[in-house]
Design a protein around this ligand. Structure first.
Ligand SMILES: C[S@@+](CC[C@H](N)C(=O)[O-])C[C@H]1O[C@@H](n2cnc3c(N)ncnc32)[C@H](O)[C@@H]1O
Length: 191
């Protein structure tokens, strides 16, 4: 993943793209998600949706390592030029979709084997939308749902509801290298 000082990232900034809902860098929860997927390769990941993708690291990883067809979704259109730089550097591409979680329908979600997300439940106002999206994904038959988080209270509030309703697991996770990160993963096997 490029850092803020990468020449292509600096160019994208010079062109006037400024993500405004925190999609302004690689967030470390993505590392938890990628590490978890590396250690627990999903049985079905032909089609993957990365929700609240920001610069798109987790989806790019699925495209590169699992050969997945990835749809990268974010409410903020300004994240996509950054995602494109990161995808190009990794010789993959993903399909960009500007949408809020709230707007993703059960029918749209039904096209995916796996839903992934990293650090998307960071405000009180996001607890209901993320929980409702998970409910729709389960109803849509998405086989696996994984949401990584640095363990914000809002994430745990949303995750507790998913444990209750969908028998989700909340798994503590840590990475040391190349990036040190710590947090939790909400995992739903919807077989
Ligand atoms: C903290 S960043 C995490 C970005 C990326 N997943 C990562 O780990 O690097 C949160 C992302 O969620 C997006 N976001 C926030 N609210 C959203 C919503 N209601 N629907 C879709 N995306 C949203 C933001 O634009 C931002 O890119």
């Amino acid at each position: 993943m490029p850092t803020a000082s990468h020449p292509d990232i600096r160019r994208v900034k010079r062109e006037g793209n400024y993500p405004s809902i925190h999609g302004n860098k690689l967030w470390k929860s993505s590392c938890l998600l990628m590490d978890y997927l590396k250690q627990n390769p999903p049985e079905q990941a032909k089609t993957v949706i990365d929700v609240g993708c920001g610069w798109g690291a987790s989806g790019i990883w699925c495209a590169k390592k699992l050969g997945s067809q990835v749809t990268s979704v974010d409410a903020d259109p300004d994240v996509f030029p950054f995602l494109e730089v990161a995808a190009d550097l990794n010789d993959v591409s993903t399909t960009a979709l500007v949408s809020r979680f709230e707007k993703l329908t059960t029918r749209q979600l039904s096209r995916f084997d796996m839903l992934i997300a990293a650090d998307i439940c960071f405000w009180d106002e996001l607890v209901d939308p993320v929980y409702n999206m998970v409910n729709r994904a389960v109803r849509a038959g998405v086989k696996q749902i994984i949401i990584a988080d640095p363990e914000r209270p809002t994430f745990h509030e949303m995750a507790a509801r998913c444990v209750e309703r969908h028998c989700a697991d909340v798994i503590e996770w840590e990475t040391r290298s190349p990036i040190k990160a710590r947090g939790a993963l909400l995992v739903i096997q919807n077989a």
